[in-house]
Ligand binder design. Structure first.
Ligand code: 13P
Ligand code: SF4
Length: 310
């Protein structure tokens, strides 16, 4: 298919999606890593924290979540009276699958006194047995809000190590990781820094400690967007999933953004197409619902985080 035909088909589908969303009183939320054509039709693009807050507050009847499964689940936990639709059922997060409720329950049984801080990149069943949730935007604030000097953080070992370095608390890390962020090496960053010595390096806390040590700023995806928008800098190296390059460039056409590595692509975040969004709005398909007993406990952990951050 040539580019012009493709562009025309996208524009037609985008218009149809907006009409369907208005007719069905649906809000479309998209994560900052989603494909450009999906970000362009969303009511709100954001990081995990912003999207959770929006999911909790929206007056819409239906939430179409363009992201991965745990995000739709979190929206359903927060808004159980709404229909939450994930346009592609198999869009998952490999890191979220690195901790199961059974394995976490066994660990809690060994240290029942230790609070469990769970990254939102986790299943509802894991959230349900956690003390409080966090995202990359508020992990330090969440850990500091707890009285305990020792906490267990699941499932991301890199986020745990970075949070430990910022809080001075003893943070026990679950051995999970994001395969996309964890694959960025210090050598790749140093190579990019040599190629662009004037550029400011921003990294996501899911990256390894050796990479974060080279960063000028460690922050969430929306934190990177905010910094690029507000700082006087004109060139940046971006240490996160490469989908973020699209909104960065769109919001800052006069600034230059270099990916820290071409390899940082999350295929799960690229699964949803415009045709999937249109079909899911048409048929109200792809509903994600958390069983009531799990939801009630998971809600406590997510709500505590939201109350701290909104
Ligand atoms: P944030 O957008 O919250 O920084 O999350 C990154 C991420 O990996 C989500 O899958
Ligand atoms: Fe999960 Fe990493 Fe993909 Fe985010 S980028 S959805 S943490 S695998």
């Amino acid at each position: 298919m040539n580019q012009e035909t493709n562009h025309h088909q996208n524009a037609t589908l985008q218009q149809r999606i907006r009409e369907l969303a208005a007719k069905k009183n649906a809000v479309i939320l998209a994560h900052n890593y989603q494909p450009p054509e999906i970000q362009d039709i969303a009511d709100l693009c954001g990081d995990s924290l912003e999207l959770s807050i929006q999911a909790a507050q929206t007056p819409a009847d239906i939430i179409v979540f363009c992201g991965v499964h745990f995000m739709a689940e979190t929206a359903s936990i927060l808004s159980s009276d709404k229909r939450v639709l994930l346009p592609k059922a198999d869009a998952g997060c490999p890191m979220a699958d690195m901790v199961t409720a059974t394995a976490l329950a066994a660990r809690i049984a060994q240290h029942p006194e230790m609070p469990v801080v769970t990254y939102v990149n986790s299943t509802a069943a894991v959230k349900a047995i956690s003390t409080i949730c966090c995202t990359s935007a508020n992990a330090v604030e969440v850990v500091n809000s707890l009285e305990a000097d020792e906490v267990l953080m699941v499932p991301d070992r890199n986020l745990a190590a970075w949070t430990a370095s910022k809080t001075g608390k003893t943070v026990h890390a679950w051995p999970g990781y994001c395969p996309i962020h964890d694959r960025l090496t210090a050598e790749e960053v140093i190579r990019q820094k040599h190629a662009h010595p004037e550029a400011f390096f921003m990294a996501h806390p899911e990256c390894r400690a050796e990479v974060l040590a080279l960063a000028d700023l460690v922050t969430s995806t929306s934190g990177m967007l905010r910094h690029a928008r507000e700082s006087g800098g004109t060139s940046f190296i971006i240490g996160t999933e490469n989908g973020l390059l699209y909104p960065l460039q769109k919001e800052n056409p006069d600034k230059t953004f270099y990916p820290a590595s071409e390899k940082m692509v999350c295929l799960d975040m690229k699964k949803i197409s415009l045709a999937d969004v249109a079909a899911c709005l048409d048929n109200l398909s792809g509903e994600v619902r958390v069983p009531a007993d799990i939801r009630a406990s998971a809600y406590e952990a997510v709500k505590k985080m939201i109350d701290l951050s909104s």
